[in-house]
Ligand binder design. Structure first.
Ligand SMILES: CCCCCCCCCCCCCCCCCCCCC/C=C/C(=O)SCCNC(=O)CCNC(=O)[C@H](O)C(C)(C)COP(=O)(O)OP(=O)(O)OC[C@H]1O[C@@H](n2cnc3c(N)ncnc32)[C@H](O)[C@@H]1OP(=O)(O)O
Ligand SMILES: Cc1cc2nc3c(=O)[nH]c(=O)nc-3n(C[C@H](O)[C@H](O)[C@H](O)COP(=O)(O)OP(=O)(O)OC[C@H]3O[C@@H](n4cnc5c(N)ncnc54)[C@H](O)[C@@H]3O)c2cc1C
Length: 642
C-alpha cells in the first residue's frame, strides 16, 4: 500500500531508508517537544538543523529529488516551516521558470549551494488577490539602465512573504514595471535585500517580521519597503519578457506566464495537504483504537472508541479523501511538470487548463483537508485539544493553504471562468472543441441515474452521476450569467451576482475530477489485496461524496429518494468493512514517530504513560510555585484573608 501512496516500491523503500537514517542521527531530532518552545527557540532550532542538513543532506537523500527533499523536510524540520521554506518552494522555482539561461547561470547555482537565501515577495499590505492593483513600482531609468523600486505608501509594503522578515537576503519581488511612463503590469525582479557579509538590510530597504500567526510560526513572514532602490535592468527576470537597454519591451508568449511560481505551489501543495490530513487521521485513528470509553453491549467491557459508528463516520470518509487527494495530487504534479517543460520551449497552449485545474483543486482540497483535520482533533476528545496531540498545529498549518497561493473563493472563480467558456462552447454547438477535462459537459446524460439499477456496474454509474450534477450546475450558473448580461447587466456585475452559483459549479467539477482520479488509480492496481482494500475505500468515497452533494441530484429527479437510501446504506456498509483495515490504511503512509510529533499518535500506542511524562516536562512544572503566584496570587489571597 505504501507503494501506491508514494508512487512506487522504490519511493516507499527510499522513504523507509531515509527515516531509518534520520532515526540514527540525534542531532536532527527536536531537542525538546516543539509546543514547549518559544517562537525564537523554534526558529533557532530549525536553523540549527538546516545547517546540519546542508552539510549532511547528500548522505541522507538525493537532494535533486523533490519527493525526498519533502520527506526529509517533514521528518527533520517539520510542518511548522523553516528559515528556508520559501527558498525551496518558490524562490528556486521562480528563477528556474522565469529567469533567462544567462540569469540562471548567475543565480541558480548560488541559490542551490545555499550561498544566498531567497523568497518570493508579491503580496502587499493593501493587496494580495488583485495583482493588477499592487502598488510597488519598478520604474525604468533609461540614463542609468536601472529599475528604481519604490514603495509609494504604507499599503504598498510587501507583507506576508515567507522568510522575508529575517532569514532571506534576496527575493524575487513582483512590482509594476513602468517604462517611459507606460505601466506594463506586475513583473518579477531579482532583488538583493541584505548585505551578503553583515546580513544588514541594504540602504533604501525597510524590512522585518510581521509577528506571530495562527501557525507556521517558524517562518518569518515579513514586510518590505523600498525607498527609490536601484537594481540593474538585467535583474528583471527575462526568460519570457524582455526589456532592451533603450526601454523597448518584448512581451511574453502568454500574459500570465510570470504567474508560474504560484501554479508550481498550487500543483505541489495537494499532496502536502494529503500528507497533513493523513497525519492527523493517523493520530486520531491510532488513539481511537487505544482509547476505551463506554460500552456498546452493557454485558461487555468498555470498547475502543473506534467501534462507534459515529467515530467511524467522523474519520473514515476523510481517510478516503486523503488517498483521493494523494492520487489526484500525483496526477496534477505530472501534468504541471509536462506543462512547465512545454512552456519553457514556448508552447503555452496548456496553461489555461492547468490553471483552471490547480485553482479548483487547491480550493477544494485545502477546505476538505481542514474539515477532516478538525474532525480528527474532535475525535480525540479532550486529549485532542492538548498540544500533545499535535493535531491543532497540523490544522493551523494546513488551513493556511485555504488562503495562500490564492484565496479559495477567488481561485474557484478562476476555474468558473474556464467552465463558463466551456458552457458557451456547448451552447453554441461546439462541444467538439472542449478540452478533455470538460468533455463531459458536451455529453447528453441519461434521464435518471442508474446507481443501484445495473448490477456490477462498478463505479461507472457513480461517475456519470457526478458528471450529471457538475454539468447541470455549470450550465445553470452559466445560463444565469448569460441571462443577466442579455438583460443589460455589465459583465462584471452579472458575474458577481452569479458568483455563489459559479463557485458551486467549480466545486462540483473539482470533486468529479478527484473521484475520477481515485477510480483511475484503483483500476490500474494489479495486486488483488491492495485493490480490494482501496476498492472498499473508493466505495465509501463515492457514496459519502454523493450523499454530501445529493441535493443537486435530487432537485431535478436524477436521483430518487430510494436511491438516496441505497447510497446511505452503502456508506454504513463500507464504514463497517473498512473498520478492520482502518489503522493499517493510515499506518501504510509510514509516518515515523519523529515526523508525527504526537504523543497521542505514537506507533506503540503507549499513550497514557507518555502523556503524563509530556505534561511533567512542561516548563511550568520546573517549579512547584510559580512567580505569578508569589508575586500576585499569593498576596491577593493573603490580603483577602486579613
Ligand atoms: C531541506 C529543505 C527543504 C525545503 C523544501 C523542499 C521543497 C520540495 C518541493 C515540495 C513542494 C511542496 C509544496 C508545499 C507547500 C507548502 C509551503 C507553503 C508556502 C506558502 C507560500 C505562499 C506563497 C504565496 O501565497 S505567494 C502569493 C500568491 N498570490 C496569489 O495567489 C494571488 C492570487 N491572485 C491571482 O492569482 C490573480 O490575481 C488572479 C488569477 C486572481 C487574477 O489575475 P489577473 O492578472 O488580475 O488576471 P485577469 O487580468 O483578471 O485575467 C484573468 C485571466 O488570466 C488567466 N490566468 C490567471 N492566472 C493564470 C495562470 N496562472 N495561468 C494561466 N492563466 C491564468 C485567467 O484564467 C483569466 O483568463 P480568461 O478567463 O481567459 O480571461
Ligand atoms: C501562511 C501564509 C503564507 C504566505 N506566504 C506568502 C509568500 O510567501 N509570498 C507572498 O507574496 N504572499 C504570501 N502570502 C499572502 C497570500 O498569498 C495572500 O494572503 C492571499 O493570496 C490572499 O490575498 P489577500 O490577503 O489579499 O486576501 P483578500 O483578497 O483581501 O481576501 C479577503 C476576502 O475577500 C475576498 N475576495 C477578494 N477578491 C475577491 C474577488 N475578486 N471576488 C470575490 N471575493 C474576493 C476573498 O475571497 C476573501 O474572502 C501568504 C499568506 C499566508 C496566510
Amino acid at each position: 500500500m505504501a507503494a501506491q501512496i508514494w508512487g512506487s516500491e522504490k519511493r516507499a523503500r527510499r522513504r523507509r531508508e531515509i527515516s531509518a537514517k534520520i532515526a540514527q542521527m540525534p542531532e536532527l531530532h527536536d531537542s525538546k517537544p516543539l509546543p514547549f518552545m518559544t517562537r525564537e527557540e523554534k526558529i533557532m532550532e530549525s536553523a540549527r538543523k538546516l545547517t546540519i542538513l546542508t552539510e549532511k543532506m547528500g548522505q541522507i537523500i538525493d537532494p535533486t529529488d523533490p519527493a525526498e527533499l519533502y520527506h526529509l523536510n517533514n521528518e527533520v524540520l517539520g510542518l511548522e516551516g523553516n528559515p528556508m521554506a520559501l527558498h525551496g518552494v518558490m524562490f528556486i522555482p521562480a528563477l528556474s521558470a522565469q529567469a533567462s539561461d544567462e540569469q540562471q547561470a548567475k543565480w541558480l547555482p548560488r541559490a542551490l549551494r545555499r550561498e544566498i537565501i531567497g523568497t518570493y515577495a508579491q503580496t502587499e499590505l493593501g493587496h494580495g488577490t488583485n495583482l493588477q492593483n499592487l502598488e510597488t513600482t519598478a520604474t525604468y531609468d533609461l540614463a542609468t539602465q536601472e529599475f528604481v523600486l519604490h514603495t509609494p505608501q504604507i499599503t504598498a509594503l510587501k507583507w506576508w512573504p515567507g522568510n522575508l522578515g529575517k532569514s532571506s537576503n534576496y527575493a524575487v519581488v513582483v512590482a509594476h514595471m513602468i517604462i517611459k511612463a507606460k505601466n506594463y503590469g506586475p513583473h518579477p525582479f531579482m532583488v538583493q535585500l541584505r548585505d551578503e557579509k553583515t546580513h544588514e538590510p541594504l540602504p533604501g530597504i525597510t524590512i522585518g517580521d510581521i509577528g506571530p500567526k495562527m501557525a507556521y510560526n517558524i517562518v518569518d513572514n515579513g514586510f518590505l519597503g523600498f525607498n527609490k532602490y536601484r537594481i540593474p535592468r538585467t535583474n528583471l527576470l527575462m526568460r519570457h519578457t524582455k526589456v532592451e537597454a533603450d526601454g523597448t519591451y518584448i512581451k511574453p508568449p502568454h500574459a500570465k506566464i510570470n504567474y508560474s511560481a504560484m501554479v508550481h505551489v498550487r500543483a505541489y501543495m495537494l499532496t502536502g495537504q494529503a500528507i497533513m490530513l493523513a497525519s492527523a487521521l493517523n493520530i486520531a485513528t491510532r488513539y481511537s483504537s487505544v482509547r476505551r470509553q463506554g460500552q456498546i453491549d452493557k454485558s461487555q467491557p468498555e470498547v475502543k472508541v473506534l467501534e462507534y459508528q459515529t467515530q467511524q463516520h467522523r474519520l473514515f470518509p476523510s481517510i478516503a479523501r486523503a488517498y483521493a487527494f494523494q492520487f489526484a495530487g500525483a496526477e496534477t504534479v505530472k501534468l504541471y511538470e509536462h506543462v512547465l517543460k512545454e512552456m519553457k520551449s514556448g508552447n503555452v497552449s496548456l496553461m489555461a487548463d492547468l490553471h483552471a485545474l490547480t485553482s479548483g483543486l487547491k480550493s477544494v482540497v485545502t477546505y476538505q483537508t481542514g474539515e477532516g483535520i478538525e474532525q480528527a482533533r474532535m475525535a480525540c476528545g479532550g486529549h485532542g485539544y492538548s498540544m500533545a496531540s499535535y493535531i491543532s498545529e497540523i490544522y493551523g498549518v494546513a488551513i493556511g493553504g485555504c488562503t495562500y497561493e490564492g484565496e479559495n473563493m477567488v481561485m474557484l472563480l478562476q476555474l468558473a471562468r474556464y467552465l463558463v467558456k466551456s458552457a458557451a462552447l456547448v451552447k453554441s454547438g461546439q462541444s467538439s472543441k472542449l478540452g478533455p477535462l470538460v468533455a463531459y459537459l458536451g455529453v447528453k446524460s441519461e434521464p435518471t441515474s442508474l446507481i443501484d439499477r445495473i448490477p456490477n456496474s462498478g463505479f461507472t454509474e457513480y461517475v456519470k452521476t457526478f458528471q450529471h450534477v457538475s454539468k447541470r450546475q455549470t450550465l445553470k450558473a452559466a445560463d444565469m450569467f448569460f441571462g443577466l448580461m442579455e438583460k443589460g447587466e455589465k459583465r462584471e456585475i452579472a458575474w458577481n451576482k452569479c458568483s455563489v452559483e459559479l463557485n458551486r459549479a467549480s466545486r462540483l467539477h473539482t470533486r468529479l475530477f478527484i473521484v475520477e482520479a481515485f477510480v483511475r488509480r484503483v483500476n490500474e492496481i494489479a495486486d488483488i489485496r491492495i485493490k480490494e482494500a482501496l476498492t472498499d475505500l473508493l466505495h465509501l468515497h463515492v457514496n459519502y461524496e454523493l450523499l454530501d452533494i445529493a441535493s443537486y441530484a435530487l432537485e431535478d429527479g436524477f436521483l430518487s429518494a430510494s436511491q438516496l437510501d441505497y447510497i446511505r446504506d452503502q456508506v454504513y456498509l463500507y464504514l463497517g468493512k473498512i473498520r478492520p483495515n482502518a489503522v493499517s490504511l493510515l499506518d501504510s503512509w509510514e509516518f515515523s514517530d519523529i515526523e508525527l510529533r504526537s504523543v497521542l499518535g505514537r506507533r506503540d500506542g503507549n499513550v497514557y504513560e507518555n502523556l503524563f511524562k509530556w505534561a511533567k516536562s512542561s516548563p511550568l512544572n520546573k517549579t512547584d510555585v510559580l512567580s505569578s503566584v508569589t508575586q500576585y496570587l499569593k498576596p491577593m489571597m493573603e490580603k483577602a484573608r486579613l
